[in-house]
Design a protein around this ligand. Structure first.
Ligand code: HEC
Ligand code: HEC
Ligand code: HEC
Ligand code: HEC
Ligand code: HEC
Ligand code: HEC
Length: 183
């Protein structure tokens, strides 16, 4: 084969299909939950991880017509449904851990008159499940909650639901302001 043909073959095998995909499929697809906000799924990252293999998911695991997909629970995923068909700890990282890799629940920074206050999901989810906070105390959506004042927290709103001096250190105690605020 001449070099030209080799180049063309490479373009056809690699270049053309991936640019076609890039043009007509959406990379990021959002899966909404009622309780814990939305989960972003990346087509491109998956096509890279498993090869350009649509039937690996469509339509056996996820129907391409999104309204045909039911809402799955984590329990069902742990039993091998939906994302759990691969995210089982052997083909890909497990749905039983790594919650933050899929759910995008990292640190949350609040700008306040008393300096930045930080909330860490990592620290809290070591002791609590998502439903200890979502959706009753906090909607799992950036900007989805009314600003709370310290006065409201002292009466049990927002962080004050637990930071009351019994479940966790109190929002009223002058010694602890600096645990949450960079003052
Ligand atoms: C690793 C699994 C996986 C692979 C592989 C995959 N998809 Fe998807 N696809 C999904 C998921 C998950 C959704 C969202 C389903 C939902 O919202 O209910 C989706 C949704 C879609 C949608 C609907 C998007 C929308 O917004 O309406 C199209 C179209 C689609 N995929 C095309 C493709 C094509 C074409 C390929 C191969 C190039 C492919 N997918 C490969 C998992 C996959
Ligand atoms: C591989 C990605 C992935 C991982 C890892 C993952 N989740 Fe999910 N989770 C999802 C997706 C996607 C949905 C939405 C499914 C749907 O609506 O069909 C969801 C839904 C949920 C829901 C709402 C439905 C339900 O089961 O009550 C909760 C709560 C939840 N996840 C918590 C967790 C926790 C806690 C962990 C870690 C132990 C975790 N998730 C790990 C992808 C993941
Ligand atoms: C056909 C198998 C398969 C299915 C189904 C699948 N994944 Fe994955 N996923 C993989 C593989 C393989 C990797 C890369 C290996 C790893 O990170 O363990 C990966 C990586 C990821 C990553 C890390 C890379 C990135 O995009 O940030 C996330 C997040 C993720 N998957 C979310 C999901 C969610 C959410 C679902 C369900 C809606 C899902 N996956 C369904 C196979 C799959
Ligand atoms: C101790 C309370 C608490 C627990 C437990 C908790 N969260 Fe959150 N979560 C918050 C707070 C506070 C926010 C910020 C809300 C805001 O910005 O107004 C938040 C925001 C979020 C957001 C939106 C992030 C953004 O930047 O848009 C997601 C997604 C989320 N949480 C998912 C989860 C998941 C999944 C779990 C369980 C694995 C969980 N959370 C457990 C308190 C909690
Ligand atoms: C569901 C109950 C709950 C809610 C709601 C909650 N926390 Fe906590 N938080 C705890 C518990 C329990 C601890 C650990 C016990 C302790 O240190 O007293 C803790 C510890 C902390 C710590 C110390 C972490 C460390 O480094 O030791 C900070 C900072 C913190 N929380 C900030 C916040 C902020 C900010 C909010 C509101 C956005 C919030 N928490 C909401 C229960 C909660
Ligand atoms: C458990 C964590 C936590 C502790 C402890 C805490 N704060 Fe806050 N504080 C926050 C968060 C989070 C906000 C932003 C809330 C929002 O925007 O919804 C805030 C907001 C504020 C604000 C602006 C709103 C207002 O009420 O005027 C001030 C000022 C403030 N804090 C001062 C303090 C002082 C002083 C202390 C100590 C007596 C303290 N905070 C203890 C987490 C905490």
């Amino acid at each position: 084969m001449s070099q030209r043909w080799i180049v063309l073959a490479v373009v056809l095998l690699v270049g053309v299909p991936s640019t076609l995909y890039a043009r007509w499929i959406k990379d990021k697809v959002s899966l909404e939950t009622k309780e814990v906000g939305s989960v972003e799924f990346s087509h491109f990252n998956h096509l890279e991880a498993i090869g350009k293999n649509c039937p690996a998911c469509h339509n056996a695991i996820y129907h391409i017509v999104t309204k045909n997909n039911p809402d799955f629970t984590m329990k069902e995923m742990e039993q091998g449904k939906a994302c759990g068909a691969c995210h089982n700890g052997s083909r890909a990282f497990s749905v039983k851990e790594n919650c933050d890799t899929c759910h995008g629940n990292g640190d949350v920074a609040y700008e306040t008159d008393a300096g930045k206050a930080t909330f860490s999901h990592k620290i809290h989810t070591a002791a609590f499940s998502c439903d200890a906070c979502h959706p009753a105390t906090f909607k799992a959506k950036k900007g989805g909650n009314k600003k709370a004042s310290m006065e409201q927290m002292e009466k049990g709103a927002s962080c004050g639901a637990c930071h009351d001096g019994s479940t966790a250190f109190s929002v009223k105690d002058d010694n602890f302001c600096g645990k949450c605020h960079e003052m």
